[in-house]
Design a protein around this ligand. Structure first.
Ligand code: MEV
Length: 326
């Protein structure tokens, strides 16, 4: 493949999961939305074979041949799995050259907003762009491989929404996926409240798997409940019945709490949102920390902003923009 550029920049949106997280790993449906906060990747080609990665206070340079060696050893000596993502994407083009890579995120990493998939999707898109390529299916499969470095059995929901943008129903079937875009209200807003607790997605996903192995009957009851809530939410979203969407979000949070993926802080934040006029609130993503999302009537916006004055928050609409060349 012919190299067409020496510099490239691309971005991908972060996301919220409105319904169905965790159970989506076990082939139940989920509803996800891309949000207006994005992650940007910039790269330029170097004259040597070094990959220089600049992300979130990590500034490290490794020779590309060393990445290949360390990868074979299970990458335990690499500070960041992104080196593998870069290496694998370059190998897709049989390219062996050095890169300066800079990643900028509009949200903190580990905030439960799909930053890991968005980083990989934006970075892979940036490298594809060097060769004049923009193949969403291929970018999806490389992003999914990148997610596998972070946890063993990703559903693919996070890469899918980051690449497509908008509001989607996502469902995994064996090695396949189903993505159905949903119409959405362009004015619809969500408040995102950070818990300040960072968590490791892979660990929480592993905990859920242990729970499933120990108590498969209970897990199945939970999984069916999640599917029922998600199906009801699809109808409620289509009918623009946001009061019902909110109630279902809170119900979904209670279910995730029973699954064991919430935390005291997350429960307290959800409670606080509901006490201050929210239509509904829930944890989003893997849980165990990260963020909650809050749905509200425009009339209650200021009251909620005031109620969460002491927390790190932002209000966002759904973003139609998936991966994008900048
Ligand atoms: C993480 O954002 C969402 C989970 O459902 C894991 C996954 O879908 O791969 C917890």
């Amino acid at each position: 493949m012919k190299l067409l550029k020496v510099y490239s920049r691309a971005s991908a949106p972060t996301k919220i999961i409105l319904f169905g997280e965790h159970f989506v790993v076990y082939e139940k449906p989920a509803i996800l939305a891309a949000i207006e906060k994005r992650i940007y990747s910039s790269i330029n080609i170097r004259n040597d074979n070094n990959i220089n990665l600049n992300i979130n206070n990590i500034h490290e340079e490794i020779d590309i041949d060393n990445i290949s060696l360390l990868k074979d050893q299970g990458f335990t000596n690499l500070t960041h799995p992104l080196f593998i993502v870069i290496y694998d994407t370059l190998m897709r083009f049989n390219a062996r050259f050095g890169l300066n890579v800079k990643i900028d995120s509009e949200v903190p990493f580990g905030s439960g907003l799909g930053t890991s998939a968005a980083v990989s999707a934006s970075l892979i898109t940036t490298i594809f762009n060097l060769f004049g390529m923009f193949d969403k299916e291929e970018i999806f499969s490389l992003t999914l491989n990148a997610e596998k470095l972070i946890h063993n059995n990703p559903s693919g929901a996070d890469p899918a929404i980051s690449i497509s943008g908008g509001l989607i129903i996502f469902r995994k079937y064996n090695d396949n996926k189903m993505i159905i875009p949903l119409e959405y209200d362009k004015e619809l807003e969500f408040m995102i409240v950070y818990s300040g607790e960072e968590r490791i997605t892979g660990k929480i996903v592993d905990n859920v798997r242990s729970m499933k192995d120990k108590n498969p009957q209970l897990f199945e009851i939970f999984a069916n409940k999640s599917e029922e809530i998600t199906q009801d939410a699809i109808q409620a979203l289509k009918n623009k019945d946001y009061s019902l969407v909110g109630k279902l979000m809170t119900k979904n949070h209670e279910l995730l709490n029973r699954l064991g993926v919430s935390s005291q802080t997350l429960n307290r934040l959800v409670e606080h949102a509901l006490n201050n006029g929210a239509l509904g609130a829930k944890l989003t993503g893997a849980g165990g920390g990260g963020s909650i999302i809050v749905l509200f009537n425009a009339d209650d916006r200021n009251r909620l902003l005031e109620a969460f004055k002491g927390n790190k928050i932002f209000v966002t609409k759904i973003s139609n923009n998936g991966i994008r060349i900048e």
